[in-house]
Write a protein that binds this ligand. Structure first.
Ligand SMILES: Nc1ncnc2c1ncn2[C@@H]1O[C@H](COP(=O)(O)OP(=O)(O)OP(=O)(O)O)[C@@H](O)[C@H]1O
Ligand SMILES: [Mg+2]
Length: 476
């Protein structure tokens, strides 16, 4: 007998295994009931999911049907009055619990609308097994000047992937800048979308603290609205910026934050101004020691700072890990403008070598024993400043090339948002810094002290007096 397979009257080829899906015949009413149940479930789910729209809409419809349009108008007026009263009465709580949550809902819809296109064009979508998987928006929060969008990354992505695409995302969403920060849990990243520019205006000089806190010297404002405080204890500070970027304003902001200590003798500022006193000369009475023309004198000053650091380090070894300044043993801060003149452009080789050696000692041994350097330079390359790595704290102002950003602030910092090369020339005093415990750079603006402010400060807090343009000794 021939081997054939006949299933439901159909002849099908012979094979070791023949599988056919069974056919069930459902009555039409069952199909209609099933589709209706599905549609209702979808409606309920949508209603619950978008409660912030559906609930008020239901309430308003009920009010209108039950009490007419007058009740509706009265409610709208009531809510407006309460919201206005709240906004004027207690603005922080109004923003936190009233306005920002509403705005976040609206912004979420806006981001959602462009999300797919943004992820695909920024190459943040992943194609796998003929499917395209895109990162998911988890949460949107609004704050002053920025939105924080928490995103669930696709498996295998890292926050730096988003950091690299940040410029593209900024243009896609029409914001000034996007920063990518590792999220609260693994596999999430927080995109901070900066809207306005809180650093647009020049920052006025801050009041001089009577007793400086060497761990937090107020010298400017941060993009998030906080005061930017510089830690001086335990570090050395390098300011890098192209010409006209505002290096002088960083120096004077630091000096201003220390001026209260100068008056008490807790702080000794040593000024080295190789540009002939152009920058620091105006505040001469604040400086216990000052050199502006004689490079040999500058070398001697740095050598003296080095020997002070070595002597203090030897004496304090095993006793303390942080020297506490006193009038007998003050905090010494070498303020150096245009450091490259001492380390690179000096033609006298012997002098240059002396300066480099002494500076190396101050930078490595001085930071725990109260001998600090605050130096400004235009060019961060190793040929110009071999000791760049010895400055743990660096402030990057406007720079001429993108490659310089990572040299100044550390590897990957430009990708993470430190766009020093994009700072416009019209905004001197703006720069990027890396804050403790924050993997992404912070945009800051330093305070601007004009000549009159510096003169007044030197007069009020300097320990010297200017007589015929020359500083004379003695405490003020
Ligand atoms: N923080 C600031 N806010 C506003 N304007 C500033 C600020 N800092 C500097 N400026 C303006 O920019 C000009 C140049 O600043 P500054 O002399 O400090 O730059 P610089 O980096 O030291 O330049 P150079 O390399 O030529 O010495 C100042 O004259 C001032 O008008
Ligand atoms: Mg300068």
């Amino acid at each position: 007998m021939p081997l054939i397979n006949i299933i439901r009257g159909e002849t099908i080829p012979v094979a070791p295994l023949n599988v056919r899906t069974p056919v069930f015949r459902l009555p039409i009413w069952a199909v209609v009931v099933w589709e209706t149940v599905k549609a209702l479930a979808w409606l309920v789910a949508t209603y619950v999911r978008h409660w912030y729209v559906t609930l008020p809409a239901t309430g308003l419809t009920w009010l209108y049907l039950a009490h007419g349009w007058q009740a509706l108008a009265a409610l709208v007026c009531g809510v407006t009055v309460v919201a206005t009263g709240w906004a004027f009465g207690h603005r922080p709580s109004w923003l936190r619990f009233g306005w920002w949550p509403i705005l976040a809902r609206i912004r979420r819809l806006v981001y959602q609308r462009r999300w797919m296109a943004a992820m695909v064009t920024a190459k943040l979508s992943v194609s796998y097994d003929k499917r395209t998987i895109i990162p998911e928006i988890r949460r949107v929060r609004c704050r002053t000047g920025c939105d924080e969008v928490t995103v669930r990354m696709v498996t295998g992505q890292i926050p730096d992937d988003f950091a690299k695409a940040s410029e593209r995302l900024a243009h896609t969403f029409g914001v000034r800048q996007v920063k990518a920060i590792p999220g609260p849990t693994y596999a999430t990243v927080v995109l901070v979308l900066m809207r306005g520019d809180s650093l647009h205006e020049t920052v006025e000089p801050l009041p001089v603290p009577a007793r400086p806190d060497f761990t937090a010297l107020p010298i400017g404002v941060q993009e998030d609205g906080e005061e930017y405080r510089l830690r001086l204890f335990g570090t050395q500070v390098l300011i890098v910026g192209a010409t006209g970027s505002g290096k002088g304003s960083v120096i004077w902001s630091v000096v201003r934050a220390l001026a209260g200590g100068v008056a008490d003798g807790l702080v000794e500022l040593w000024g080295l101004d190789p540009k002939g006193g152009m920058e620091l000369g105006i505040g001469r009475p604040l400086f216990a020691r000052f050199a502006s023309r004689d490079f040999a004198e500058m070398a001697a000053m740095i050598e003296q700072a080095a020997s002070t650091a070595q002597e203090r380090a030897a004496r304090l070894a095993g006793q303390t890990r942080q020297h506490i300044p006193t009038p007998d043993e003050p905090l010494i801060v070498l303020v150096i403008d245009e450091l490259a003149n001492l380390t690179a452009y000096l033609t006298e080789r012997q002098l240059k070598d002396r300066i480099k050696a002494a500076l190396g000692i101050v930078l490595t041994q001085g930071r725990a024993v109260g001998v600090h350097v605050v130096a400004a330079i235009q060019d961060p390359r190793k040929e110009v400043l071999p000791a760049r790595g010895l400055f743990p704290t660096r402030i990057g102002l406007r720079l001429s090339e993108p490659a310089e950003v990572d040299m100044v602030l550390g590897d990957g910092m430009r990708d993470r948002g430190a766009l020093c090369d994009r700072i416009p020339q019209t905004q001197p005093g703006i720069g990027y810094v890396v804050l403790e415990g924050d993997p992404t750079p912070m945009r800051v603006r330093l305070t601007y002290c004009d000549d009159t402010t510096i003169r007044d400060m030197a007069h009020d807090h300097g320990r010297l007096r200017l007589v015929n343009g020359k500083a004379t000794g003695g405490a003020a």
